[in-house]
Design a protein around this ligand. Structure first.
Ligand code: FAD
Length: 385
């Protein structure tokens, strides 16, 4: 059996890429060393948005294309099947924190300049949208009505079922071990722990393990330290199911109470706080996790007081590891000077998967780099040009 493409990694990125490739008529095999959607995809806040991407237009546009991709999938398959919750996002600011307010206003101005739909709202509209939240009487907010909350494991498993329906093959509990190439360096297949496989192209989407995967697959140890990707852990807490309608959408609290919350598809509230991620890196003991989890819950209860009665022991705590490129932006494209060898490694992969996947499929099928992906090649980093 000769495959057109073997995809390594069954997270949201690999699964979406495999889906677009089978839809393009490619003979595709996806390998996952464990189960589909059990890596970072299973431990993500999973806010699909371009609202937080204001550094440059190309990266903003890629994220906006991801969000558009979700809306197209919603129209095709429906929210229930995909595990997607609409309602948008709110980022709250309070005038007492002049710097925080200005920073959010700058974000709103940048989004307006990019042509992105997000609008400034005053306290009365904020209160009407989220009557159960507690915030200062003069709070204001940035409202992005199109943003979505994704149940990423459910979404990814749904798409993997579509891959099989389109004739693609998925092997779980099957790890990729070594790339095979001819004397010219052209990919001919790979060795997995079930034997040798023949393929014209290999696409690696192994998430935060990309450095180690590339080193192992190519036999070149330099990828461990030389690949421009870091690993950044993050803690998330999910409460048991709460009263329906308690929270309508994703909310970022004002800077005086750094916390973000969203209604997740099982009926609970998912909670994270960027500044608390560091507290779980060094000590991941059960006691420390519970302690940090309790702090997260307290912050969330300041924003959504009904959470004040939730018992920490009834909550689920999860640590996810972000793959974080050293310049913060996606790496996607062909491995320079290695024909048939491709990779994607990115943060914000939940948002980006529906944008990156069709572009990677187009690159592999046509051998032409699609314009929206051209700023994100590995060639931009020293040593890979
Ligand atoms: C705390 C936290 C919050 C986040 N919040 C958001 C957010 O709000 N919005 C957003 O867009 N993104 C967010 N992200 C980022 C997002 O979750 C990730 O970018 C995305 O899940 C990455 O998906 P992936 O498919 O690249 O990696 P993964 O989901 O990790 O999948 C990679 C897969 O490859 C497999 N694999 C590795 N090596 C091999 C091998 N040799 N052979 C076979 N299989 C292999 C692994 O088992 C794994 O299943 C967040 C991440 C974290 C940690």
């Amino acid at each position: 059996m000769k495959y057109d493409v073997i995809v390594v990694g069954g997270g949201i990125i690999g699964v979406m890429c495999a889906y677009e490739l089978v839809k393009s008529g490619q003979k595709v095999l996806l390998l996952e060393r464990g189960k589909i959607a059990q890596g970072t995809t299973a431990n993500s806040f999973a806010w699909a948005n371009a609202t937080s991407k204001t550094t440059d237009q190309a990266y903003h546009d890629l994220n906006a294309a991801g969000l558009e991709g979700y809306h197209a999938l919603l129209a095709e398959f429906g929210a229930e099947a995909l595990g997607i919750k609409s309602g948008g996002s709110l980022q709250i600011a309070e005038p007492a924190d002049a710097a925080g307010l200005q920073s959010l206003r700058d974000q709103a101005a940048a989004l307006a300049a990019f042509g992105h739909a997000a609008r400034w709202i005053e306290t009365s509209e904020l209160r009407a949208l989220e009557p159960n939240l507690a915030f200062p009487a003069d709070a204001q907010a940035l409202f992005a009505a199109d943003d979505l909350c994704i149940d990423a494991p459910r979404f990814t498993r749904f798409i993997s079922d579509r891959i099989r329906q389109h004739g693609g093959e998925i092997r779980e509990n099957c790890a990729a071990l070594a790339l095979q190439a001819d004397d010219e360096g052209v990919v001919t297949g790979l060795t997995c722990d079930q034997g040798d496989l023949t393929a014209a192209n290999v696409l690696v989407t192994s998430g935060p393990d990309i450095n180690a995967s590339l080193a192992k697959l190519t036999g070149y140890d330099g990828f461990h330290s030389g690949f421009p990707m870091g690993r950044v852990p993050g803690l998330l807490l999910t409460t048991p199911a709460v009263a329906p309608g308690l929270l309508g959408r994703l909310v970022y609290g004002a800077s005086s109470n750094e916390v973000h919350i969203l209604p997740e598809s099982g009926g609970g509230i998912k909670i994270g706080a960027d500044d608390m991620d560091g507290m779980v890196i060094e000590d991941q003991s059960k006691e420390n996790l519970k302690r940090v989890g309790q702090l997260l819950l307290q912050r969330a209860a300041k924003l959504l007081p009904a959470l004040g009665t939730v018992d920490i022991d009834s909550c689920t705590l999860g640590i996810g590891t972000r793959a974080y490129p050293t310049d913060g932006k996606t790496i996607a494209g062909q491995m320079p000077a290695a024909k048939g060898f491709y990779l994607v490694a990115t943060h914000s992969g939940i948002t980006l998967a529906p944008a990156i996947a069709p572009l990677m499929a187009a690159l592999i099928v046509t051998q032409q780099m699609p314009n929206p992906l051209s700023p994100f090649g590995l060639e931009r980093f020293p040593g890979f040009a």
